[in-house]
Ligand binder design. Structure first.
Ligand code: ADP
Ligand code: ADP
Length: 231
């Protein structure tokens, strides 16, 4: 079985309502970098909710790591279009948030604070935020906030990183900087990535596999392997 598998999955947000996605089947291998592209409303976020266990499918099956998804998963890290940093916390404190919430770290912060802080500082260096640990979100640029947000998504060493339009609010130059950062992180650390975007260039630049979705109801139109030489 693949790391992530959808078997003929459909989802209706309400009984008798329209299907947000219909008959979606896919297989994602561990370590793969997958992009999901398609127009607004085609069901990309819905796909993410199904994988992260925030929504059960109305029909079909969703498996992650060999198990049917039955609730929130601690092996998942997530980042979104808005960085969603807590404004009253410093960069370091924001990045450490998953250590307070996610198993197996939860409840150990008091005893292992030094160690966790060290992990957070290391990870911040990897995303180019060394020296910014004590800054507040409003002291960081949009690109830096998004770096911190991705850093936070990775701090608990998730096996699956889910990104929903993470670079959508950034200018073109910053966006390409962050593409390279993400690609580097993925090459250094083994994790699977599912990136939702409506930027085709982004999908092709970053991903090994691109799924293209169509709207009403959301279906997978095509799956393409991208076989480009990487910089
Ligand atoms: P995106 O294009 O980034 O997915 P949307 O504007 O489609 O953002 O959705 C923003 C939020 O509103 C999402 O959490 C989505 O689940 C929710 N949402 C979208 N459409 C509806 C709807 N018809 N009814 C209720 N909630 C919705
Ligand atoms: P995308 O992320 O590709 O923009 P979504 O997954 O957010 O698409 O939405 C897919 C469809 O499901 C859209 O028609 C949207 O309006 C609908 N939808 C999304 N979230 C909700 C919700 N919470 N309640 C009702 N309908 C929703």
């Amino acid at each position: 079985m693949s790391f992530v598998e959808f078997e003929n999955v459909s989802l209706r947000y309400s009984e008798g309502g329209p299907k947000a996605i219909e008959d979606v089947s896919l297989q994602i291998e561990e370590g793969e970098f997958v992009a999901v592209v398609g127009p607004s409303g085609c069901g990309k976020s819905t796909l993410m909710k199904l994988i992260s266990g925030l929504k059960p499918p109305s029909e079909g099956y969703v498996y992650v790591n060999g198990r049917q998804v039955g609730g929130p998963l601690s092996i998942v890290g997530m980042a979104f279009q808005a960085a969603n940093l807590l404004p009253w916390r410093t960069t370091l404190e924001n990045v450490m948030l998953p250590m307070e919430i996610v198993e197996p770290y939860r409840g150990q912060l008091r005893a292992r604070r030094k160690e966790f802080e060290e992990m957070a500082r290391e990870q911040l260096k990897r995303v180019g935020l060394g020296g910014f640990e004590d800054k507040y979100p409003w002291e960081l640029s949009g690109g830096m906030q998004q770096r911190a947000s991705i850093c936070r998504a990775l701090i608990h060493k998730p096996r699956l990183l889910m990104l929903d339009e993470p670079f959508g609010a950034l200018d073109a130059f910053t966006r390409e900087e962050l593409w390279c950062m993400l690609r580097d992180l993925w090459q250094q650390q083994p994790f699977t990535v599912i990136l939702v975007t409506h930027d085709l260039r982004e999908a092709v630049f970053l991903a090994d596999t691109v799924y293209v979705m169509s709207k009403r109801p959301g279906r997978i139109l095509v799956k393409r392997q991208i076989d480009l030489p990487r910089p």
